[in-house]
Each structure stands twice: as C-alpha cells, then as structure tokens.
Design a protein around this ligand. Structure first.
Ligand code: PMP
Length: 422
C-alpha cells in the first residue's frame, strides 16, 4: 500500500510547509496500525521524531559517549562540547544570549517543580498568593499546591470563559501586593488556546509578581522569545517538539537563578564539599546534580535544528490551517460539542470535542480500529473539565507532518462513531 501523501495534499491553503517532504523525515509515520495507514493525531501528548534526531542520538552513543565535565580525555571533551553546545542551542531557541540561564531538566514538570521548590521555599510565605488559571495542566497546579501546603500560601485561579479563553478582566481583582508569582501556560494542551502571555506578564510585573510560563505546548508550535514574552521563568519539554523524552529545559532570569538555593544535591552541583556543608557550583550547574541526560540534550538540539530548518512560524500556520479545516467540517456533525475558541488563529493545533452520548474513550477506541490515534480523557486538566461540566473530551492534535487527508480520515472515523451511537 502506498503510504505517501499525494502532492495536492502537501500544499495546504495557508500553509507553506512541504508536508510530503517532511513526512519522509519521520520513519514511524510510514506504518500501518490495525490494518490502516497510521494517522497520528496525538501530538499534544508527544510528537514523533525525525531521522535527524534519531541519528544524532545514535551518533553520540556510537562515536562520542563519555561522561561530561569530568574526564580529561578526548571523548569526554567531545561529549562535553556537544552537551554544552546543545545548551547554547536551547538558549538561542528561547531568544536569550546566555546559556548559563538554561537549566537541563527531565521536562516541563521538573522545571516547574524546581521553581516551586527552590524559588518558592525561599520567597513564598503564609498569606502570599500564587495565581494560576483554571486551564492549567496538573504539572502547573500540583507543585504550587505542595508549595502552598508547606508555606501557608494561597492559590488563586484566573477563570476560563465559555469560549475557552482566560477571563483576563478578573486580573484586576486577582492581582494584588500579595501575589508573588503568576504561573500560566503558553498554550493550553486541552483546548489549544494561545494565551496572551506578554499582556499577563505586564500585569503581573505591575503588581510586583513574577511570571512563570509553562511552555510545554507553546515552544512546540511557535517561536519563543522569553524577553518579548516578559517571562521570568520558562519551562518546556523536548518530546513535545520532535525531541526525545526525558529531557527539557528551564530558562530563568540570571539574577533569580543566582539567588535560588539548589534543587537536588549530588555530584556536579558543588564547588567545595566540607564535612558539614558545601558551596555551590556556578549557574547552571548548581541545579544539575548527577550525570545528566547527555544523549537527550543532543537529541533535543537536533530537534531544534530540524524545526528551525522547517521554520517555526510556518508550523503554527500549518496547524491552524488544519484546525480551520477540521472545525469547518466537524461543526456539521450532528450532536458534536466543540471546545475552545472558534477562531483558529487563537489556537494551536488542538481540537477537543465530544459527540452525542459517546464517551470520549469510545470515540478514541473506534478511531483506533481505523488507525487514527487521538487522546481521550481529562488531559491532566481536571479543573478545566469541571469548568465545562464534563469528565473527559476527545482530543485530536496536529503537528507539522499532518495532512488534510488525515483530517479526512479523522472525519470518516467520526462518521463511524456517529453510526454506532445513532
Ligand atoms: N504542561 C502542559 C501544558 C502540557 O501539555 C504538559 C504535557 N502534557 C506538561 C505541562 C507536562 O510536560 P511533561 O510531561 O513533558 O513534563
């Protein structure tokens, strides 16, 4: 069976991506699942990896594997150069000149926990407030709940509108001199909504608070410039943007990182160790105890090179053109409930929906039998599900390698769902 995408589908209105060429870079996409060509629409959960990323990881293990920073030998030097070069690559990706402001983490979750534990314990006390939104991923809620339980701080939430945006008019009431930090997603994983981060940063700073951005979804879909965003911390995950799992980065403003205590203790993060105390290494190593995920960092840098080659701006436009196409057609399905802003320009490549009496899991299971992979559940956003009075939604999420033909396959699968539940 020919699994390639026909060339008329490769040029999507509004999209400048050569999708046919891009798909050829992703070996996993050329397979059949349950007897059908795979249609992978679960990119908000994790993205597929291009050959360039697979090669970078394999080359490192085949030709350059050694521990970093420790050995005075050629392989260790090479590994250290590649590892620190990858850090510089992430710094450039985030629009900052200073690689020492980039801390390697396991991903967004660890980045947020790092800030909540270190900055939080040092700067947040009883009666202080952390401002979140009802649309946050649990990774950007639970670390703050743990901090609040330790310190007696209070969590407050920006409400979500019926349309699926943040009700920013509530900021007048929510921000005060008690607010220490606003922690907000860049893009919602559950609805796809792109939040006006720069505006929120300005409001947070006017109130004397810092802004942490959960960039797990944002960094994957459009270019990030932490300076333009006005962020004080920005956390993201490699696996959401064509990189490997188990690696991500936390960017923080230098003076904030310098004032923060370490996160974990161990090798690499110290300057001098005495019997009863130690002093810390300079940034960013102060926050990087133990042997890091060297291959992951190298793979992540290769992913950023790949995305830059494609054009990060073009990725978002491509996704939005698929969302526009999908929404136009899904609206016609009887009994469908669509979540999130109707205007595709307000969102990245996510479509969240329910159909009649079908449970989200039934929708996903039926689509799976036709080779279409979507996600069903609360998407680690239970507060948002509660806001809309549902337990779960079905979510199709698009990325740079998805095509209109694949959206058609999704729609055909939804027609099967409709018939079964009619
Ligand atoms: N925040 C958002 C908005 C996410 O989508 C995710 C991943 N689903 C996370 C945080 C957590 O990312 P990770 O699991 O890679 O740490």
């Amino acid at each position: 069976m020919d699994l390639s995408v026909s060339s008329d589908l490769a040029s999507i209105p509004g999209s400048s991506l050569d999708v046919e060429r891009i798909r050829a870079d992703f070996p996993i996409l050329g397979q059949e699942v349950n007897g059908h060509p795979l249609v992978y629409l679960d990119n908000a959960a994790t993205t597929q990896k291009p050959q360039a990323v697979l090669d970078a990881i394999q080359d490192y293990y085949r030709t350059g594997n050694a521990n970093v920073h420790r050995g005075i030998h050629e392989l260790s030097r090479r590994a250290t150069d590649a590892f620190e070069g990858a850090r510089g690559r992430v710094a450039r990706f985030l629009g900052t000149q200073d690689p020492s402001e980039v801390v390697w983490t396991r991903g967004t979750t660890e980045g947020i926990n790092l800030v909540a534990s270190t900055w939080g314990d040092a700067h947040v006390g009883r009666g202080d407030e952390i401002l979140l939104s009802e649309m946050e991923h649990h990774s950007n809620i639970v670390p703050w709940q743990l901090l609040a339980a330790r310190t007696g701080a209070r969590l407050r939430y920006i409400p979500v509108t019926d349309e699926g945006t943040l009700a920013l008019e509530a900021l007048d009431d929510l921000l005060s001199e008690r607010t220490r930090l606003v922690a907000i997603g860049h893009v919602s994983n559950a609805l796809g909504t792109i939040h006006p981060v720069a505006e929120i940063a300005e409001r947070a700073h006017e109130a004397g608070a810092l802004l942490l951005v959960d960039g797990a979804q944002g960094a994957a879909h459009h270019p990030v410039d932490v300076g333009v965003l006005g962020a004080d911390f920005y956390a993201f995950s490699g696996h959401k943007l064509c990189g490997p799992t188990g690696i991500g980065a936390l960017w923080g403003r230098r003076e904030l990182l310098e004032a923060m205590p370490p996160y974990q203790g161990g090798g690499e993060m110290i300057s001098v160790v005495e019997r009863d105390s130690s002093s810390w290494a300079d940034l960013p190593h102060k926050f990087e105890a133990g042997t890091p995920n060297i291959a992951g960092a190298i793979g992540l840098a290769a992913a950023l090179d790949y995305l830059e080659g494609v054009g990060t701006d073009a990725v978002l436009v491509h996704e939005q053109s698929l969302v526009a196409y999908a929404l136009d057609r899904m609206e016609e399905i009887p009994g469908i409930r669509l979540f999130g802003p109707r205007d595709p320009e307000k969102r990245a490549g996510v479509v969240s929906f329910l159909m009649g009496d079908a449970h989200a899991h039934d929708i996903s299971t039926i689509l799976d039998t036709e080779g279409v992979a979507i996600r069903a559940g609360h998407h680690c956003a239970q507060l948002l599900m509660r806001r809309y009075g549902v337990a779960a939604t079905a979510r199709a999420s698009f990325y740079l390698y998805n095509t209109r033909e694949e959206v058609d396959r999704l729609l055909a699968g939804l027609e099967t769902v409709r018939k079964i539940f009619a």
